[in-house]
Design a protein around this ligand. Structure first.
Ligand SMILES: Nc1ncnc2c1ncn2[C@@H]1O[C@H](COP(=O)(O)OP(=O)(O)O)[C@@H](O)[C@H]1O
Ligand SMILES: [Mg+2]
Length: 334
């Protein structure tokens, strides 16, 4: 039912843009109250004046009530938002990318945020890895925690350790499979950038991006061209090979690569006092050389002492994350 409505709606032309609502991405919300046969709609148009609004309203109402025969319609028309969201602010956006999953991308994103926050910076995390969302778990949010809405309809991020976090997972059910297409991820990002009541003092925004070279990187480019990237890989050739690809994709879009983090570089074996290179070696350096970027750090394999996935400064890995945080801060001060 709702798909049929959407398909028909998408054909309607925004009179101010001379584009269909499909092309202008004008359908912001579409809901259907089955019991009362009422369609609820939020539509954005290019320029909203009494004339254009009336024309569009008429078209839509005619479609819903006459052509499709629904009993009622609740229609709200707004103007396409100009870029007045956080994307145009002085926030330092850092995307964390990798070639493939499982290399520790989310762990690295969260720990960098954690160390930056411990150094007194105001930090946020956007968990945009819609297919492998794990930030809420790493940050140890209760699985029932959900963002609330402010009086003016903004979403309040969840806060832990002074880090504001928003995740695709907050808007889905825990066991619900994510079958969202790119378009929906795009509109999710739109919400994260426009509709979240982030702290006005936000300095660093870490974005946990999906692995690979997908079009999300293009979305990021169009939203926040100033975003810089940190690329995570393991020393293993299978990871570094695809990491290079992801790095090239980022560079093609002219995203600056802040540096490479090689994760799971070795495991210190207490028994023989040796660093065991479980996943081979050289991957991080190879990625760095291929991309002309710096290898910031090599992080060994070790379980955190105090938390599930976050490391403190009294641990070797926590120290290394402190170094990465310093590297990031310095790279913005150059
Ligand atoms: N340096 C490390 N030492 C030990 N375990 C790690 C390390 N880095 C990541 N892990 C673990 O590896 C798994 C994958 O990490 P995750 O951050 O979820 O990867 P990704 O986001 O790339 O899929 C997680 O269980 C995580 O706790
Ligand atoms: Mg992840």
């Amino acid at each position: 039912m709702i798909n049929k409505i959407r398909t028909e709606l998408e054909k309607i032309v925004d009179p101010s843009l001379h584009k269909t609502l499909k092309d202008s991405e004008g359908i912001k919300h579409l809901g259907y109250d089955e019991e009362n046969d009422i369609v609820t709609l939020i539509v954005a148009m290019g320029e909203k004046n009494p004339e254009t609004e009336k024309a569009l309203k008429l078209e839509i109402t005619k479609l819903i009530k006459i052509d499709l025969g629904h009993k009622g319609i609740k229609l709200q028309i707004e103007e396409h938002r100009q870029f007045n969201s956080i994307v145009n602010s002085s926030i330092r956006f850092i995307g964390i990318i990798s070639g493939k999953g499982g290399v520790g991308k989310s762990t690295v994103a969260a720990n960098i945020a954690y160390r930056l926050a411990k150094k007194g910076h105001k930090v946020g995390i956007i968990d945009a890895d819609i297919y492998g969302s794990s930030i809420p778990n790493i940050m140890e949010f209760d699985s029932n925690d959900r963002p609330r809405y402010t009086e003016d309809g903004k979403i309040t991020p969840l806060v832990k350790d002074n880090i504001e976090t928003i995740s695709t997972e907050f808007f889905t059910q825990p066991s619900e499979p994510v079958i969202w297409r790119g378009g929906m991820l795009h509109s999710m990002l739109d919400h994260f950038f426009y509709d979240v009541a982030w702290s006005k003092k936000m300095e660093y925004m870490l974005i946990d991006l999906p692995p690979g070279t997908g079009d999300i990187m293009l979305d990021i480019k169009s939203y926040i061209p100033q975003a810089k990237m940190i690329l995570v890989t393991t020393p293993h050739p299978s990871a570094s090979h695809v990491a290079i690809k992801a790095g090239y994709a980022a560079q093609k879009l002219e995203h600056e690569i802040l540096g490479i983090v090689e994760n799971m570089s070795y495991y210190y074996n207490e028994a023989n006092k040796k660093n065991e290179k479980l996943f081979g070696e050289g991957g991080g350096q190879m990625v760095a050389s291929s991309l002309g970027a710096e290898l910031i750090c090599q992080i060994p394999i070790n379980r955190p002492i105090h938390h599930t996935s976050l490391y403190e400064s009294d641990e070797q890995i926590g120290n290394l994350y402190d170094d990465i945080a310093d590297y990031i801060i310095m790279s913005y001060e150059k």
